[in-house]
Ligand binder design. Structure first.
Ligand code: A2P
Length: 272
């Protein structure tokens, strides 16, 4: 598995498995088990997804040691604030059946209580309940604001990212690169809705790869960590089988400037 370096120098898996919309229960446990068997070593969940118990079950059942897999979860907006964030993290750990998470993120900048929540995350890192801390859906404006709260800079910012939204999210990607904040890309396949885009299909055919594999490769070339979701064992394996080809510069440029906009969730730029 390829890795990227966090600001601290620690290596993090270059691809993760997304679990948004995987309903808690046997399907989620099975999907995460398939992902681990296929080679994924980073599993991304959130309190709000309602499936932490299943994700924890699959991770705890794995044959390899806990330290070999990264588990990310996120603080939901209702729990922003200092005490509520500390309590929410404990509740997530309880549901996951884990002593610590590898990455704990503020899920959305939602409201001003994000400031106290960030102080709580700094504390969670100190106590070891979260090995790494960061945010999700934060724009440069939200990230600048955090500088007034603590000198601790997020290690990760998880955002919606794929070619069909790249131009709108580019400011975030560039800010994060300048500040050594690792970008994780959720919905790297554009939620699977634009895989039949003609330019994408053409490029994929020229490499003898699938459109999904090209999108994942695109995210890696931008040095972001894609978090593709799937509940289908073949597609789970297909989405990590991307280390035997490179995209040419010209194809990267074509994908960067593909003339189509598609956003799966709220634009964080509108959150004050
Ligand atoms: P499924 O679970 O049936 O595989 P994203 O990761 O951008 O959020 O996209 C997830 C969506 O894309 C899901 O609906 C998933 O459906 C679908 N998907 C995941 N991998 C592939 C793939 N390799 N080819 C086609 N569709 C895929």
């Amino acid at each position: 598995m390829q890795t990227f370096k966090l600001r601290s120098g620690e290596e993090i898996p270059a691809i993760g498995f997304g679990t948004w919309k995987l309903a808690d229960g046997s399907e989620a446990v099975r999907s995460v088990q398939h992902a681990l068997e296929s080679g994924y070593r980073l599993i991304d969940t959130a309190a709000h997804y309602g499936n932490e118990a299943s994700i924890g079950k699959a991770v705890n059942k794995a044959e390899f040691g806990r330290s070999e897999v990264w588990v990310t979860t996120k603080l939901w907006s209702d729990d922003l604030g200092y005490d509520s964030a500390l309590e929410a993290c404990d509740a997530s750990l309880e549901r996951l059946g884990l002593d610590y998470v590898d990455v704990y993120l503020i899920h959305w900048p939602a409201n001003q209580r994000r400031r106290d929540a960030w102080k709580a995350l700094v504390e969670l890192k100190k106590t070891g309940k979260a090995r790494h801390i960061g945010v999700s859906n934060f724009t440069p404006q939200h990230l600048e604001e955090l500088k007034t709260v603590s000198e601790v800079v997020p290690e990760v910012n998880q955002i919606e990212l794929h070619p069909f939204i790249y131009q709108e999210q580019k400011d975030i990607v560039e800010y994060c690169r300048e500040h050594q904040i690792m970008v994780q890309s959720y919905s790297p396949l554009g939620s699977g809705e634009l895989l039949d885009n003609k330019i994408l299909e053409q490029i994929a055919a020229s490499y003898n790869k699938t459109p999904a594999q090209v999108l994942i490769r695109w995210a890696l070339h931008h040095e972001t960590i894609p978090l593709p979701r799937s509940s289908n064992p073949q597609r789970i394996a297909e989405n990590i089988d991307v280390f035997d080809f490179q995209l040419y510069e010209e194809d990267m440029r074509r994908l960067d400037t593909v003339n189509k906009t598609h956003r799966t969730v709220t634009d964080p730029h509108v959150i004050p």
